[in-house]
Write a protein of this length. Structure first.
Length: 252
């Protein structure tokens, strides 16, 4: 992978199919520094598993995947959580990267920063992703939008080059279209200012359209994107074309 092309993740025809379990198939996408890529899926599992593959926690059963210049093996199966690169930040992932419900938003973000030897003063980050107003609130009291913003803060707290955020998880059920757009706007701004690549897994087409680029992981998701007037392919999965967006985040 060229070091000056801005591509942080390059996936080509990756699939994760094991026995009777079928997740994503033949997914191709690229994530660039300074941008937010949305992986849109009609199922929770496909988008989540694609992010876990990028994190190195799930090995695709076929295809090629390069992350931060390194090729990840496609042999199938799970890897230990310690396999996540220090340059990759994870948000909240059910059963993979859960959070302590009794801790506050600021405590969790500071804890994540310390784990990666980053500055523990996380208030500027929380402000940047719109989570500062809930800094003193314990996670158990958060609604869907502040929980989604907490997930973004945790993915970015490590000072990583690549942030992975799962918005398909049940913990953000009920996130409105307006809230999704607002979160994407904040993430796009942060990514551009800090040169970070962010990949968001989502089941909401409005959220995907508000990212810098979007890739549909299945036909149903592709049809939803196409219905929005998408014109430019950004990726595909099993023949399903993705989209790229106009500079203001709205589909042309």
């Amino acid at each position: 992978m060229a070091q000056d092309d801005g591509i942080v993740v390059r996936a080509h025809d990756i699939s994760y199919v094991r026995h009777t379990y079928r997740s994503f198939e033949f997914a191709s996408f690229e994530a660039r520094a300074g941008e937010v890529l949305a992986l849109l899926s009609s199922t929770h599992e496909a988008a989540r598993d694609a992010l876990l593959a990028v994190a190195g926690l799930v090995r695709p059963t076929s295809g090629s995947l390069e992350v931060l210049g390194a090729a990840l093996p496609a042999r199938g199966g799970l890897r230990a959580s310690g396999a996540v690169s220090a340059r990759v930040g994870l948000g909240v992932f059910e059963r993979v990267a859960p959070v302590e419900e009794g801790l506050t938003v600021e405590e969790l973000a500071a804890q994540e920063a310390r784990l990666h030897r980053a500055a523990p003063d996380v208030l500027p980050l929380l402000a940047a992703v719109g989570a500062a107003t809930h800094a003193g609130d314990p996670v158990r009291r958060l609604g869907s939008e502040p929980r989604a913003r907490l997930s973004a803060a945790l993915a970015l707290a490590a000072g990583a080059r690549l942030a992975l955020i799962d918005l398909t998880d049940p913990f953000v059920n009920g996130l409105s279209a307006e809230s999704s757009r607002a979160l994407m706007a904040d993430l796009r701004r942060y990514a551009a200012e800090h040169g970070v690549a962010a990949i968001v897994a989502t089941g909401e087409v409005t959220c995907a359209r508000a990212a810098d680029a979007a890739c549909a992981l299945d036909f149903d998701a592709a049809e939803e994107l196409a219905a929005g007037g998408a014109t430019e392919p950004a990726g595909q999965a099993d023949g399903a074309a993705g989209t790229t967006d106009t500079p203001d985040g709205m589909v042309a």
